[in-house]
Design a binder for this molecule. Sequence first.
Ligand code: XIL
Length: 376
Amino acid sequence: MEVKIKYLILFFAAVILSGLYACKKPDPVAITPPLPPVVTDTTTLKGVAAFKIGAAIDVYRLQTDPLYKNTLLNQQSSITIENAVKWPTVHPSQNSFDFSGGDYIADFCMANNKRLHGHCLIWYQANPDWLNKFTGDSLAWENLFKTHIQTVVAHYKGKATSWDVVNEAFHDGDGTLRVQDINASDNFDDGCIWARHLGADYIARAFLYAHEADPDALLFYNEYGQEWSDAKTASIINMVNDFKARRIPISGLGLQMHTDINASNDGIAKAIQKLAATGLLIHISELDISVNPSNDQALSYSADLQKKQADKYAFIATQYKTLVPKAQQYGITTWNVGDKDSWIRTYIMHKDWPLLFDDDYAKKSCYFSFRDAVKN
Ligand code: XIL
């Protein structure tokens, strides 16, 4: 009995409370707090540019140099992996892969909203010793090739937006496909093991395999020298036309543009125009502008050289912006960040100042001319 009364009291209390709640004065109209002001970033490269602005980066510098990292955070909207996923690093022996460097860069990109561009799956250069010494029939070579491409692409699926699938497949000069070493006396094999073991159509198969591993990735053919070799440009365009006819999945073309202050403006403009006419995405993928191509040890970085370099950076950016239709502008990437990071110093061993930032990551005059030229 007592329990029943308790329930009744509770029931009536609930009815009264809900009635009171229903009769209570309506809430005053909620005032939406003002939205934070839209901050337009008008001072950085990524803030002003009409397209993505990238840099190729080195893992060790990213891990150890806060100035390097801050420059990337502030200035770049796209990152290319300079070396960390090339064969010798990512695939150090036949049955092992080492993604540690690439993963560090990929995590940096994911955490900081940077587009990640993978470089490069197949190249005639930078092949590890074990690969150069590999013996096997054409099926074994094909398996190696396919496994490498698909393991690396699948590993970065959902992280890398795009890949340089094949790098530098055509000879300088006559623009023919690299197969045999054409200058045996210089101790450098400018032929290509892939063409030798897999035949000329290896490029198409590299694209097919990459596409199979990540159908969402944008796939690029990347090359240097289009601005001075009409023959190379013609070979690239032939290849694109052939790929289109055969429905080989190619999305874009990289013009590396390792150039110098004396390069022909006409050559640069023509190359951009011809490649843009393919309708594919166009990436200026490895830009740097040498001021000392002849490696004169007595040269200093004079005001005159700085001005010529600033003008060349502005010229290239302006041509890109005007000659490449907006929908095809994949962006402009410089080959690293500060002068001291440049492969021209560390690999070609030239005395030079080719990039937008100096050794302490201060903005150079070419930074400002480039920034004005890439403006939306
Ligand atoms: C260079 C790197 O910058 C160097 O650090 C490395 O030791 C050799 O390769 N074209 C390319 C890039 O496609 O991969 C090259 O990068 C520069 C030329």
